[in-house]
Ligand binder design. Structure first.
Ligand code: 1HN
Length: 345
């Protein structure tokens, strides 16, 4: 039942005749294409230590001037895909980017969607379509598909952030390209201050903004406060989680990847449902032990890990007295739109 013919079962001259006509027999590959019961992901559960990568990123700052690099990034590559593929999962790219005081990463726009989770430092900012977004630890800043973006740094210490892009998917679709631009003029107006009031959106002259991406910066101070309120309000609640959304539509903040903030109470263990999308966990504050099937990862602050889809994972906060806070990215908006999303409980 599980064994179909091998390519070698076919006569060599027949195989050669097929190749000559650009034809391939399906049956020797059918079980690999459609494995029984569940996919066999290339994506491996893997963790990247911030303590280990930070000196290498700082060294990149000495080895390569920003003018030569344009974006100075060490990619968090999943060996299951091959490091050269530079992907964390089928659809997720992760990179740690360094900007030094006074540096400038010039303006461009591209088809893949990007989001940044700020890990370290003060004084840097990203300008997205003219909107100046200060970068502070734990902030989530979106640079959705097609929007101009550039990074600057007025502070006096290195700034480091985690880039999360849907690049592997957009590249696979042969839809990935970029356009270079001029330095952007800063426009007045800050989406996060006008859209961050829960349940309300601006309607100047009774009309909504009509922007596809009205909110570009999600300040950590507000997300953290909302998680703490949720935890205090519902002492029996297990998963203290918020989803980053587009406040105009209530949909996910971006079209392809989903973003979430999660709080673990002191000592809490949270079993996650087995779902089809791959996930990324990044520790904003505190620590987290991630168990995926038989593997264990002890994540410290600023560490990042990813888990393949269809895997059983649980999260534990090892601290007896401090909550921990995680940033999560996943592929669920993509899976839902494609109709392949599954939650197996
Ligand atoms: C990009 O444009 C940025 O703008 C960061 O900071 C990482 C990785 C791949 C392709 C484009 C940025 C990127 C990227």
């Amino acid at each position: 039942m599980n064994e179909l013919g091998h390519i070698e079962d076919l006569p060599a001259d027949y195989r050669e005749a097929l190749t000559q006509q650009n034809l391939v027999p399906l049956w020797p590959s059918l079980r690999g294409l459609l494995p029984p019961g569940k996919p066999q992901p290339r994506t491996r559960a893997i963790a990247w230590s911030y303590l280990a990568l930070r000196p290498l990123l700082i060294k990149a700052g000495k080895l390569t001037p920003i003018e030569k690099a344009e974006r100075r990034v060490l990619v968090l590559a999943n060996p299951g895909h091959g490091l050269e593929k530079m992907q964390a999962s089928a659809a997720i790219y992760l990179g740690m980017q360094l900007l030094l005081p006074g540096e400038w990463a010039p303006s461009h726009r591209h088809t893949p969607n990007a989001a940044r989770m700020i890990v370290e430092g003060e004084g840097a900012y990203t300008t997205v379509n003219g909107e100046k977004c200060p970068m502070r630890r734990g902030d989530l800043i979106l640079t959705p598909t097609g929007l101009w973006h550039e990074h600057g740094h007025d502070g006096d210490k290195p700034v480091i952030w985690l880039d999360v892009l849907d690049l592997p998917l957009v590249y696979y679709m042969e839809a990935s390209y970029h356009v270079d631009g001029e330095r952007q003029a800063i426009k007045p107006g800050r989406g996060e201050s006008t859209h961050a009031t829960g349940g309300m959106v601006p309607t100047p002259m009774f009309e909504r903004s009509g922007k596809a991406y009205p909110m570009l910066r999600y300040p950590w101070a507000e997300a953290r406060a909302a998680l703490e309120t949720m935890a205090a309000d519902q002492p029996g609640l297990e998963a203290i989680q918020l989803t980053y959304i587009n406040p105009e539509t209530g949909s996910d903040a971006q079209n392809i990847l989903g973003f979430y903030a999660l709080m673990l109470r002191p000592g809490q263990t949270l079993r996650l449902p087995v779902r089809s999308p791959a996930m990324v966990f990044h520790v904003i504050e505190g620590a987290a032990q991630v168990t995926v099937e038989e593997q264990h990862f002890a994540l410290a602050e600023a560490d990042t890990c990813c888990t393949p889809g269809y895997s059983a994972a649980s999260l534990r906060n090892p601290s007896a007295d401090k909550p921990s806070f995680l940033f999560i990215a996943d592929e669920s908006p993509l899976h839902r739109k494609l109709g392949v999303f599954e939650n197996r409980g």
